[in-house]
Design a protein around this ligand. Structure first.
Ligand code: URA
Length: 217
């Protein structure tokens, strides 16, 4: 098993004060984002978090119910699944930057429940501005796209996840991209055997991601 506890995943931690200050300002600006209508129903903007200079950036789809309430990415059930997979590869979440393609929760109210709805292309496109700012400030070597929406947003083209999954790709600016499933897809598997298999495959993709980062350093 690839162990990466010995590999610092942040080149420079938060040692670039100007970039760190810019990121802080960006978070404040994003709190008032009205680039698409999703801000109207969401509790708050959920911006990315993690150190400037993180070598790996994880990009999910959009905050879920719990993230919307708490204001931080991947703190609900999908986040716990992500954390379990990161732990399985020995990857420290605190050294990675974690964000979403869309920064507001999109949902449909059903009684007391708020059911997740996929963002549409226009919403992803409107939010791309923030993601680009995050790329420019954090400057990750590798972006891991969690799910189809994130892969589409990052690669800037429609993707069939099964075709690109686990294959290291390079963006025109030289940044690496690796797409994998969204951790919530594991939670939706119909039985424990399938969940275990899907989790193992997800962990294998993350191991590949770590290998790519090592090769890019
Ligand atoms: N799903 C996502 O894509 N992002 C989150 O932050 C939480 C759930």
């Amino acid at each position: 098993m690839t162990q990466v506890r010995d590999v610092p995943l942040s080149e420079n931690g938060a040692t670039k004060p100007r970039h760190a200050a810019r990121l802080k300002k960006l978070v404040e600006e994003a709190a008032h984002c009205e680039r698409c209508p999703l801000f109207r129903e969401a509790t708050q903007t959920v911006f990315g978090e993690g150190p400037i200079g993180a070598l790996i950036m994880f990009v999910g789809e959009q905050p879920g119910d719990q993230e919307d309430r708490v204001g931080r990415p991947f703190v609900g059930p999908a986040g716990r699944m992500l954390d379990a997979a990161l732990a399985a590869v020995g990857l420290d979440r605190g050294a990675a930057y974690v964000t979403n393609a869309v920064k507001h929760f999109k949902y449909e109210q059903r009684g007391k429940r708020r059911l997740h709805k996929h963002p549409n292309r226009g919403e992803v496109q409107a939010c791309r501005w923030w993601l680009d700012q995050e790329f420019a400030l954090v400057r990750p070597k590798l972006v891991v796209a969690l799910g189809t929406v994130a892969a589409h947003a990052i690669l800037n083209r429609p993707v069939v996840l099964a075709r690109v999954r686990g294959r290291p790709l390079t963006l025109p600016d030289g940044r690496g991209v690796l797409a994998t499933i969204h951790p919530s897809a594991i939670l939706r598997m119909p039985d424990e055997t399938m969940r275990r298999q899907a989790f193992g495959d997800f962990v294998d993709d993350l191991k590949r991601a770590v290998k790519v980062v090592k090769s890019l350093r």
